[in-house]
Design a protein around this ligand. Structure first.
Ligand code: ADP
Ligand code: MG
Length: 264
């Protein structure tokens, strides 16, 4: 079953058409890598999945439920299923790292402070940021902020993750750590995701490696043989408001001139 589906979606801003009769399907457990030039509508698509932007026509479905015409309060349970790492990775400047990560859960009821704290600590461990738990965002580097933003998005264990250019502007090491987090969620947790990126290094990692857990619990990454296509990773490239390419890693599997040039 598809977890995210766009059906015949059209979106215009004044007379500028961003999406035109656009269809997209993301299946359970799959990470879709969404490629496209600046202004091609990538961020708009992610915002539509959480109902922050509405299509002019057509429909968007999450877990089989049409969300296109839901009221704000009916969108809340949908948004709880989805973790989103925004393009800017924005944290709340006046909150500590701990409070930033806990934010999604404090809004809801039913957890003790200890449970929330424990959860925050584990998520910060996942992104390698436990030492920063009591720091303010202003004390962190760009890469550290991005990792905290990922931890925050993971609060509540969403089964769907949306990442908007999560490695843009990061140094190679932090970028690599971010890709590894995304691969772990994909391969070991079965999280369904959309990853918007123009980062060739990230594309190579996502399509060329899988994560695996050793008996001692440590996680490693191994290369996928060149002739193999990962079944849990599909690529979609946007152009002129539509899907221009769909399939395996276009830098391995051809694609046309436009796609190759884009990834060059
Ligand atoms: N709120 C808005 N008002 C007007 N135009 C917008 C708005 N949001 C996005 N756009 C325009 O829509 C197009 C797609 O934007 P976006 O989805 O952010 O592209 P991408 O993430 O692929 O760079 C761009 O031309 C952008 O300028
Ligand atoms: Mg964008």
């Amino acid at each position: 079953m598809s977890v995210i589906r766009f059906e015949n979606v059209t979106k215009k801003y004044e007379d500028h058409t961003v999406l035109q009769d656009f269809d997209l399907e993301v299946r359970r457990g799959e990470t879709m890598v969404l490629l496209g030039g600046s202004g091609s509508g990538k961020s708009t698509i992610l915002k539509m999945v959480v109902g922050l932007v509405s299509p002019d026509s057509g429909a968007v479905f999450v877990d089989g439920q049409e969300i296109t015409r839901l009221r704000e309060e009916d969108l809340m349970p949908i948004r709880r299923k989805i973790g989103i790492v925004f393009q800017e990775g924005a944290l709340f400047d006046s909150l500590t790292v701990r409070e930033n990560v806990a934010y999604r859960i404090l809004e809801s009821d039913g957890y003790t402070m200890e449970e929330v704290d424990d959860w925050v600590f584990r998520l910060l461990g996942f992104v390698g940021m436990q030492d920063a738990i009591d720091k303010m965002p202003s004390e962190l580097s760009g890469g550290m902020k991005r990792r905290v933003a990922i931890a925050r998005a993971l609060m509540g264990s969403p089964r769907i993750m949306l990442y908007d250019e999560p490695t843009a502007g990061l140094d190679p090491i932090t970028s690599r750590i971010t890709c590894e987090l995304i691969m772990r969620l994909r391969d070991l947790e079965g999280v369904t995701g959309i990853l918007v990126t123009n980062d060739l290094q990230a594309v190579r990692a996502l399509s060329g490696e899988v994560s695996a857990k050793a008996p001692d619990g440590t996680v490693g990454f191994k290369p996928v043989p060149p002739e193999t296509t990962l079944r849990n990773t599909r690529f979609v490239m946007l152009k002129d408001g539509r899907v221009h390419y769909e399939g395996g890693d276009p830098s391995r599997e051809g694609g046309d001139e436009y796609v190759r040039e884009f990834l060059a």
